[in-house]
Design a protein around this ligand. Structure first.
Ligand code: MBD
Ligand code: FE
Length: 248
């Protein structure tokens, strides 16, 4: 019997060793890298660092086999302790922001509607912050969970998010800057769809033509499926998405 853990870890170590050899990495550089990892842990940025470099690869592997909608990064800002919302997600008037209606259906892989699925949605404030993480914005703002109703339909109103920048006051952002890379993600809405008997679907949607779409610092958006051409109805932007979830 082969030991999968040994196989995977040995390959990872060998890959890293080859990179060190290829670039004749010195002791001094090695120590800097070491310190960087200690800093990342101390700043609690490990989830962010993993999203930035490796998580997309796992998503890519999963999407190769997926029969339902494509997955995307969960990102570091998911919270499950959010209120049930039926109509409007709480937003802060002082932030302004354009109204955004998120609507569509949840279906199974045979095209049948799925009622009673929980749909977590979360997105940034109109100034690029996440509630529950930044600036003491309470966790019941700019996020919520909905239930799909008759015909698998869901609909809720929030505000249009903006591109998100990984701040360079932490080690991860500082690394990107030192590498000469940008640290922007295109504006996006996060979704997690959960229903007993089905696999969780964690994904994101983007705005067609939006800044950084196709040039995401986290290399998200592995598929064009959820780059959405919004429509505008009565001054409200509309992001209309049908999600297909797979039986567990
Ligand atoms: C985000 O908002 C995000 O969604 C990801 C994947 C990484 C950093 C910030
Ligand atoms: Fe995000």
């Amino acid at each position: 019997m082969t030991n999968r853990l040994d196989a995977v870890v040995s390959s990872i170590v060998e890959g890293v060793r080859n990179a060190l050899r290829e670039h004749d990495v010195t002791f001094e550089e090695y120590r800097k890298g070491f310190k960087f990892m200690m800093d990342v842990a101390e700043a609690k940025e490990l989830p962010l660092l993993m999203d930035l470099f490796l998580n997309t690869t796992i998503v890519e592997i999963q999407n190769r086999q997926a029969q339902g909608s494509p997955s995307d990064l969960e990102g570091p800002y998911f919270r499950s302790d959010v209120p049930l919302v039926t109509d409007k997600i709480k937003t802060m008037p002082e932030f302004g922001g354009t109204p955004l209606v998120l609507r569509g259906h949840v279906k199974d892989t045979d095209g049948n509607p799925v009622e009673g699925a929980t749909i977590f949605v979360w997105s940034s404030t109109p100034d690029g912050k996440y509630s529950g993480f930044h600036d003491n914005i309470p966790v019941d703002y700019y996020r919520g969970k909905l239930l799909s109703g008759a015909g698998g339909a869901y609909s809720v109103e929030s505000t249009v998010p903006v591109p998100y920048q990984i701040k360079n006051n932490g080690p991860t952002g500082a690394l990107l800057e030192a590498m000469g890379r940008h640290s922007w993600r295109p504006a996006h809405v996060h979704y997690k769809i959960r229903k007993d008997g089905y696999k969780d679907l964690t994904t994101q949607a983007y705005f067609e033509g939006g800044e950084w779409v196709g040039d995401d610092c986290c290399e998200g958006k592995l598929t064009d499926d959820f780059v959405i051409a919004e429509t505008v109805e009565d001054g409200k932007h509309v992001m209309d998405i049908d999600f297909v979830i797979e039986r567990a």
